[in-house]
Design a protein around this ligand. Structure first.
Ligand code: CP
Length: 363
């Protein structure tokens, strides 16, 4: 079976296939109107969503398929204590493909380990959001025309921002990409991302404390929201929530071809006066999300029938039940019946990372 749990689950040629299919769908909508006739998508959303859930729904309906699921896990048997594994086994009896969003990191991986149909990670806690990454890549392709030789500024919550983590991973595979990290001290990119993604792939990065000082250097400014729901300490959220705000005045320093992306929702980190600037691409980005999810659904359903497309969910060097994850929101610490799975760290020999959420082992 083939799933999408992490953006790097897709080879470069598979990624190209998905982007090119999305571009063809944009140009030939009627050609795909019955492409998923008789197929069912289950959307299992344990966390709020507007764009991801409804763009998946819209994508499947435009392909001629149907959609079932829940947008609030409290209305399902999760409220009675059912585990993610059991819910997934159950939904595999009803649907041909599953899109899951969960507040527990690693939930989509656990779902994939238990499903009989393809599972798409629609966001797992602070960890990963690969279909947002596909949306971002299609937007970059349409707005900028290339993936290589780009300087991308990531601004806002780089610590908990799963869209940032996933996009940096995806962009680290292209030549000549430079990353500029614009965040307050407390919301900086996690060290595993710097060491095991940027350093490992020779992606240069700088950390700066204002967007003004780098605005003129950027090809893309990727804005993010400071996410209240990820903070355990509300006072800390209040201190950080207004850290970086993009307005029309700051945008004057940007090049005419620079593009502003944002996964949305926004709160106040981009003022409304920016929306009318042609460089503001975030609402065009939303529409790209539907097209790329149409392409992804088609490809995963096609690859589900092809054994050569199966990839190992658990890497061969995984060690079982010898360490405990340091992240409270990791599914291995939140649900029963989950094995602790760890892999050796490439940056620190003798140390380990959780397979579900990529956090360190607890000391
Ligand atoms: N970008 C994104 O994931 O938006 P939603 O939370 O509305 O799905």
């Amino acid at each position: 079976m083939r799933h999408l749990i992490d953006p790097t689950d897709l080879s470069m040629s598979e990624l190209d296939e998905i982007i090119n299919l999305a571009l063809d769908i944009i140009d030939n909508r009627e050609k795909y109107a019955d492409a998923c006739k008789g197929k069912k998508l289950a959307t299992l959303f344990y966390e709020p969503s507007t764009r991801t859930r409804l763009s998946f729904t819209s994508a499947m309906l435009e392909l001629g398929g149907s959609v079932l699921g829940f947008s609030d896990a409290k209305s399902s048997s999760v409220a009675k204590g059912e585990t993610c594994a059991d819910t997934t086994k159950t939904i595999s009896c009803f649907a041909d493909i599953i899109a899951m969003r969960h507040f527990e990191e690693g939930a989509a991986l656990v779902a994939a380990m238990n499903a009989r149909v393809p599972v798409i990670n629609a966001g797992d806690g602070s960890h990963s959001h690969p279909t947002q990454t596909l949306t971002d890549l299609l937007t970059i392709k349409r707005e900028v025309g290339r993936f290589d030789n780009l300087t991308i500024g990531f601004c806002g919550d780089l610590r908990f921002g799963r869209t940032v983590h996933s996009l940096i991973k995806a962009m680290s595979r292209y030549e000549g990409v430079k990353v500029v990290l614009i965040a307050p001290e407390q919301l900086r990119l996690p060290s595993y991302m710097k060491q095991e993604v940027c350093d490992k792939n020779n992606i240069p990065y700088v950390e700066v404390s204002s967007m003004e000082e780098v605005m003129g250097d950027l090809d893309i400014l990727y804005m993010t929201r400071v996410q209240k729901e990820r903070f355990l300490d509300e006072d800390e959220f209040d201190r950080l929530k207004d850290s970086f705000i993009l307005d029309a005045e700051k945008l004057k320093k940007a090049r005419p071809e620079m593009r502003v992306l944002h996964p949305l929702p926004r709160v106040n980190e981009i003022t409304i006066d920016v929306d009318k600037d042609p460089r503001a691409a975030y609402f065009r980005q939303v529409e790209n999300g539907k097209f790329v999810r149409m392409a992804l659904i088609l490809k995963l359903l096609e690859w589900a029938k092809d054994e050569s497309k199966t990839i190992d969910l658990i890497p061969a060097d995984t060690i079982r039940n010898q360490h405990v994850c340091s992240t409270k929101r990791c599914i291995s610490n939140m649900e029963t019946g989950i094995e602790y799975l760890f892999r050796p760290r490439t940056d620190k020999p003798g140390k380990f990372r959780c397979v579900y959420c990529e956090s360190k082992a607890k000391l």
